[in-house]
Write a protein that binds this ligand. Structure first.
Ligand code: GRF
Length: 200
């Protein structure tokens, strides 16, 4: 399996995936990092890890469809058949998603279907939720919506600060995402009627 990561920001999840590939715990090749943000730190991480990276500037394209078409051309040219989103802040076009059915994965800092969209963790914290967590799912045409692969809950205990919660969520993400990609690369994820079965 040859895959790409799409990311817009800090890139800690990208780095964990890259290191899992490098250590052999994900049986795949991480061929490319693509970013829509020129100054995203994730690009520096890719360069440090000597993983090819590319910035695709949204302003160079008339609309989302054209941008995603260019993305798809790059992925096709590189022979990439699986995409992991890791803090990618652009919504993908329906055409793009349809080109990769159950071949795009996303990690989301909430227990979907609760709190889709941006600032999920902060919204859950502000809401006074007693439990939150992390979801890894396949991407469909709706935002933060497709078949759920793995979820891990996390209790928000009395007195926990938002910063503490964020740290815990990242720790969980850094375990859960490599695990999900590992299962995919090993051919152990089977999607049946929007439910994901895990063959162990
Ligand atoms: C993570 O919280 C992930 O769940 C969300 O975006 C954040 C990315 O963090 N989709 P990082 O850039 O990987 O550090």
């Amino acid at each position: 399996m040859k895959f790409a990561v799409l990311a817009s920001g800090n890139g800690s999840n990208f780095e964990v995936l890259a290191r899992s590939v490098r250590s052999g715990s994900i049986p795949a090749e991480l061929a490319l990092l693509l970013s829509d943000k020129k100054n995203a730190y994730v690009r520096q991480r890719a360069r440090n890890l000597q993983i090819p990276e590319q910035w695709l500037n949204p302003q160079d394209f008339p609309d989302r469809r054209a941008y995603d078409q260019a993305l798809k051309e790059i992925l096709t040219r590189e022979g990439i058949d699986f995409v992991a989103l890791a803090g990618y802040m652009r919504i993908l076009s329906a055409e793009f998603v349809r080109s990769y059915p159950n071949k795009i994965m996303n990690i989301h800092p909430a227990l979907l279907p609760s709190f889709p969209g941006t600032d999920s963790l902060y919204r859950a914290y502000r809401h006074g939720c007693k439990v939150t967590g992390v979801t890894v799912h396949f991407v469909d045409e709706q935002v933060d919506h497709g078949p759920i692969i793995l979820q891990q809950p996390l209790l928000i205990t009395p007195g926990m600060t938002y910063e503490e919660l964020e740290t815990r969520v990242h720790e969980i993400e850094h375990q859960l995402y490599p695990h999900a990609v590992r299962l995919y690369a090993a051919g152990k994820l089977l999607v049946k009627k929007n439910h994901v079965e895990i063959a162990e």
